[in-house]
Design a protein around this ligand. Structure first.
Ligand SMILES: Cc1ncc(COP(=O)(O)O)c(C=O)c1O
Length: 452
């Protein structure tokens, strides 16, 4: 392979302090965002150690349980989706399948993965094309262009990802292109099960009984949801809850529709979604998340006044959430209430990215909902943070629900060339555990290729 640009092993992303000392020092000191040494900053960990997270004020969440949110916005490129973009490219390089002298990288996405792909490709010396729907927030397209990526836009918005997959098939036919297929490829599963799962377990260890009672995440590719596999491996009685937009409740009841939560609710059961470990599915109204973002970003003094929350604590949360981050927070609060969890219990969730890529979404909300007066905002606060319907929570642990989800997966992926036998293997936990166990070998290969 020509000019291999080195990056971290899986173990070094969980524990950057294991990186060669000189490399770690350079990575922490690097100023320019496009310096390839930043690959070594793909981690949930702060420079001084400890996992980047916040625990939400209980006056806000309305539950005694500790709602712990891991912060994705500090990853290079501004979201944790850069992690699976990196591992998918890195594993392809190690397998000898991807070479910067030969290939153009293709990133099928609704935004953050595409941003991650454009960023990683730039650092590793590849041209990149991101395929994504034309109706996403404009901040996403700007970032992709800023990293030198090209765009191939498909019709529709978030819930039209199937058109992105269909477009991907076109590129797969030409050997000059290599597709980082986040919905299909297992490096996405490996990154989140190992790096995100273990980071979540570590973050929770400082609170309550130190265990994780529940992991809550809204799937797009369902990579992040794989953290739940590792949490369940450590705490078998923990529960994993997948969130969906009420307007596109595919896992809940095979529902399909358009919605406003960018990054999630992609109208399919993705190939890398281990449905065996998903215990519950919860529907969240999309505008609850957009209104929640308005309240958290722009109306902190009102939120403090109405909830009794300290305004200083709310100020610390500024910039932390995008729309899907609010979705995850609402899901975590509502799931904790649904399970009647207490002060010893920890619920972990994720803020995939930060507010920087959503000002246009709040401008749109303001345009749709004038006047944003006190009465309206008070009503929003009640709806968003205090109400929830039991009808929106579905227990999917029983066999008929698993069979429904397996069948949905087969219906989608047999169209993209996956055999019945391969899909049947995915119905056993041993399939997923074997994927996870491959990490040791991959790390060794990478160290050998890096020569350190
Ligand atoms: C903003 C945002 N939230 C959530 C997700 C879902 O994460 P995952 O693809 O790991 O399920 C994505 C995925 O792109 C995203 O961009």
């Amino acid at each position: 392979m020509t000019s291999f640009v080195p990056g971290p092993t899986y173990k070094e992303m969980l524990h950057p302090e294991l990186q060669p000392a000189g490399v770690r020092k350079l990575a922490l000191a690097a100023a320019h965002e496009l310096d390839p040494i930043h690959l070594f900053n793909i981690t949930w960990r702060r420079p001084e150690g400890g996992i980047r997270h916040v625990v939400l004020p209980k006056e806000l969440t309305g539950t005694k349980a500790n709602i712990i949110v891991l912060e994705g916005r500090h990853f290079p490129s501004g979201s944790h989706k850069v992690g699976p973009a990196y591992t998918t490219l890195m594993e392809g390089e190690l397998a000898g399948e991807i070479d910067p002298a030969v290939h153009t990288i293709i990133g099928p996405s609704t935004g953050n993965f595409g941003i991650g792909v454009a960023y990683i490709s730039r650092l590793k010396g590849y041209p990149a094309i991101v395929i994504m729907p034309e109706g996403m927030s404009k901040e996403r397209y700007q970032r992709i262009r800023q990293y030198g990526g090209s765009l191939d836009l498909t019709p529709g918005s978030e819930s039209d990802v199937i058109l992105v997959l269909e477009r991907t098939e076109f590129y797969k036919k030409d050997p000059k292109y290599k597709v980082l297929a986040q919905f299909e490829l297992l490096p996405n599963y490996r990154f989140h099960r190992y790096v995100t799962g273990r980071s979540a377990i570590e973050a929770a260890s400082a609170y309550g009984n130190g265990r994780v009672a529940a992991f809550v995440s809204a799937p797009g590719s369902a990579g992040t949801l794989a953290a739940g596999d590792e949490i369940k491996a450590r705490y078998p009685d923990s529960l994993v809850c997948a969130l969906e937009p009420k307007e596109c409740s595919t896992l809940f009841d095979n529902g399909r529709g358009t919605h406003r939560i960018e990054g999630i609710g992609d109208k399919m059961v993705t190939l890398i979604h281990n449905v065996l470990t998903t215990d519950y599915v919860m529907r969240i109204h999309d505008d609850d998340c957009v209104m929640g973002l308005e309240l958290m970003e722009r109306r902190q003094s009102l939120v403090a006044e109405l909830t009794g929350c300290d305004q200083g604590s709310l100020a610390l949360l500024e910039g932390l959430f995008g729309v899907s981050g609010i979705c995850n927070v609402l899901g975590a609060m509502r799931f904790a209430r649904h399970l009647n969890l207490g002060s010893n219990d920890n619920v972990v969730t994720i803020a995939t990215d930060g507010f920087d890529r959503y000002p246009s979404v709040l401008a749109d909300l303001a345009g749709r909902c004038q006047p944003l007066d006190r009465a309206k905002l008070c009503g929003w606060l009640e709806t968003v943070f205090r109400s929830a319907s039991p009808d929106d929570t579905l227990d999917v642990r029983a066999t008929p629900e698993k069979d429904r989800l397996f069948a949905y997966k087969e219906q989608v992926w047999s169209n993209f060339g996956y055999s019945h036998d391969y899909l049947a293997q995915m119905q056993a936990q041993s399939f997923w555990d074997a994927q996870f166990e491959a990490i040791d070998r991959i790390d060794q290969d990478l160290k050998q290729t890096r020569n350190c």
